[in-house]
Design a protein around this ligand. Structure first.
Ligand SMILES: [Zn+2]
Ligand SMILES: [Zn+2]
Length: 272
């Protein structure tokens, strides 16, 4: 039996891990919990879930944003162990299927509509510009609350901003500092890939996106998917903070700004 851990009206959001070493986010309401991506080993995700008082056996679905290994590593293992359905679009399924091992036919869930339900949670898949087969971010709505994961995108489009209108919390990529990346020892091709339109969002670009999101009614932003080599938490936070301030948006008064972490959970945020 699922323990009723949230009050009836609230939506829980917990970025368990965020970064190129692995991504997993828990979203839950009432008696339904889902994972967005499972990019670490099954046992690491299981223990992170238990740290926030959840159990992998109660997860109703794993939603995959795209087939890069930092988003799918533990998906097959958890699906097999706990009989959890995995949801992805057809192109992502085609790309990830050889990488995640045998999955029961009934747990291969291909969605064709961009909006669908998992019990009482309404899921919206939002296309992202990224070098994957058909990458998406997800917005999860429950009653009039909503949270979203928007990482792994080379640039933020107007369409994405409008899709995220009035979202309570957005986990937004703030991947790298452009100067640090340019002077890093990364091969030229990799730098070009990360900086490209289908790569990853820089701190500056995250700051600009954050301003647009807040103007569109978003209430809180968590910065995530930080590069280990070409960024650090304080720098990402400060760059975005300054962009917001320059746009007359006061952190703490007009919106909340926080971080999701590479190797530890960011805690549980209850949207009420
Ligand atoms: Zn990633
Ligand atoms: Zn990716």
């Amino acid at each position: 039996m699922y323990i009723l851990r949230f009050d009836f009206m609230s939506l829980a959001f917990s970025p368990l891990f965020s970064g190129s070493s692995g991504n997993a986010v828990f979203v839950g309401a009432k008696d339904v919990g889902v994972l967005i991506d499972t990019g670490l080993s099954g046992s690491v995700v299981e223990s992170a879930l238990s740290c926030i008082g959840e159990e992998a056996r109660n997860i109703k679905a794993i939603l995959i944003t795209h087939e890069h290994i930092d988003h799918i590593k533990g998906a097959g293992i958890l699906s097999r162990k706990y009989d959890i359905p995995i949801f992805a679009n057809q192109a992502t399924w085609d790309a990830m299927r050889p990488k995640i091992g045998e999955i029961k036919e009934k747990n291969i869930c291909v969605y064709t509509d961009t909006d669908f339900y998992i019990e009482d949670l309404c899921i919206e898949a939002i296309r992202t510009p990224h070098d994957a087969a058909m990458s998406v971010g997800y917005r999860v709505c429950y009653k009039n609350k909503s949270v979203a994961v928007m990482t792994d995108l080379g640039h933020c489009t107007k369409k994405i901003i409008s899709h995220l209108q009035n979202t309570d919390i957005v986990l937004l990529e703030s991947n790298h500092d452009i100067g640090m990346l340019n002077s890093s020892r990364y091969p030229r091709a990799l730098k070009k890939r990360i900086l490209g339109d289908n790569g990853h969002l820089s701190n500056d670009a995250a700051g600009c996106a954050a301003v647009e999101l807040i103007k569109n009614g978003v209430k809180g932003i968590l910065l995530g998917h930080l590069s280990e080599e070409n960024n650090h938490e304080e720098l990402a936070y400060n760059v975005v903070y300054q962009k917001l301030t320059a746009a007359n948006i006061k952190v703490g008064r007009d919106m909340a700004l926080g971080m999701a972490f590479r190797k530890k959970t960011a805690g549980i945020f209850h949207v009420k």
